[in-house]
Design a protein around this ligand. Sequence first.
Ligand code: MIC
Ligand code: SF4
Length: 640
Amino acid sequence: MKQNLTQKIIAAHLVEGDMTPGREVAVRIDQTLTQDATGTMAYLQWEAIGLPRVKTELSVSYVDHNTLQMGFRNPDDHRYLRSVAAKYGIVFSPPGTGICHQLHLENFAVPGKTLIGSDSHTPTAGGIGSLAMGAGGLSVSLAMAGEPYTITMPKVFKIRLEGELTGHASAKDVILHLLGILTVKGGVGAVMEYCGPGVASLSVPERATITNMGAELGATTSIFPSDEQTRAFLALMGRENDFSPLAADEGAEYDREIVIDLSSLAPLAARPHMPDLVVPVAELDGLTVDQVAIGSCTNSSYSDLQAVAQVLDGEHVAPNTDLLLSPGSKQVLKMLMAEGLLDKILDAGGRLLECSCGPCIGMGGSPTSGGVSARTFNRNFEGRSGTQDGQVYLVSPVTAAFCALHGKFTDPAGWSKAVSKPSLPSSAPSIRHLFAFPPADGSTVEVLRGPNIVALSPFDRLPATMELPVLIKVGDNITTDHIMPAGAAITALRSNIPAISRHVFERVDKDFVSRAEAAGQGLILGGDNYGQGSSREHAALAPRHLGVRIVLAKSFARIHKANLINFGILPLVLADPADYDALSQGEALRFDLTDLVAGRPLEATTSAGKRIALGHDLTGNEIAIIKAGGLLNYVNDRQK
Ligand code: MIC
Ligand code: SF4
């Protein structure tokens, strides 16, 4: 049978299951990655599993999210991660080396391999032809233990690229265009597979921008074929041996086809506060820009910053605008320096930040009150920048550079400076010596902890009957940034669940925590696409710590739903969306879960006696995990 690329890689890694879309498949995982903000919890869970060494081909622990080291918590986390890596056979990337996805692309990602990472933008490696998915930390620790990763077999969308990018349009505009078509929930349950004659014109870093931001579609992952562009990139990285050609079979079938004519694209921007609110930059002509931030795992490659340097060459950033730059890796930074490009950006007034996530996750660089920030990032959720009323627009590096130059959005038709097509440099200095590769035998390495690193306390099993009040009612597209905010102060608490849980829903409803504590237990009522965005399992763990047992929503985002299951929270769907309007905060619902089995709908009853029809698509396995009180309990039960 003819197969598309996604099916080929899944088939080659299939441990169990049926590759029909919607069914469960368990896939062997070759590589894992973690980052510091999710990593501490992932490795605490890994330690609870109790194995002496990881079983994957490669596992890497990056430190890139919170590198501020304000107070002891954050540096203690870094020291813990370094020692765990050495003990258990994991490569460690120290703070300042770069952003996990950029570094993984440059140094470790391999076409045809499977990768899961405790970060939702892990699909960046799809730019090199790897089947790369975001996952919760616990799923990553189980993959390190050699367990397959279980997903719902995705549908596969064929995104056929025709023509070539022209003028000031760039790879970012391709994915913004797709977001405009599909919206932030249009990719749920699907893989975006790129093909067609336009693919050959895109370099690996450009492809990686597109696969990276496929996360904002809610997609399981995105992938490009592996071809001569892939070979050229791997050769430049000194890894040509990792190359192998990969493509879908001629005539392979897809669930949906979308054609994008690259030559028709113009610069686009996503308006506040959602990545799918896409408009042509021309429509924003005249809007003052207070801040420009260039970087993040979406747009921090050498070619991205080369384009910025071309625009800024010999010019000066507008006096009303602050320009921040975070290169994706030290390799990118070294290449910019070697080619005199960094000078051009600095001389124009740009501020150089560390090679890390930085302003993308609110680690400094917040906009002014109500200020407009044009960012090359992937998320512009309300408050994520650290300024609740900050107005964040998502744009390409070229658009960002013109915003910095003019101090406002201007119509691209008037952008006089031509920017040459992104190119790879003639040579790239290796930074592999900066990684700490683990010793062959780590058994004598001592794991170093700190007072803020608190082991997880076990959760109890799911009771058969429960009466739960609606603790909070939220709308559609609630992100994990709403549920469990990031930023420097709160992210420093990632390894301490009791402490971080004090901040659940803080930016949505200041009284949520006290209400949950007073109730003892309860449920969250959500709209469509509940839990979109990041993979942070704290958005499930911390509510669970506060007594949340059920999330009732119109629909769920993939990774968050998996995290709810992993921590024993029951994700249920309202069979009749009208019931969402009928239910209100404070109302109590009675659940009888004795009949909770795969494929059987359920009911809840309100105190007024009204029946609420509930659905779910949980598999037998997932139900067993939830009933056990979460995946760790479930695995421990199995080992008894
Ligand atoms: C994000 O971009 O939201 C993050 C911060 O990288 C998260 C991970 C986290 O919360 O630690 C993600 O994308 O998964
Ligand atoms: Fe880091 Fe931002 Fe990328 Fe998340 S989206 S990994 S915070 S750069």
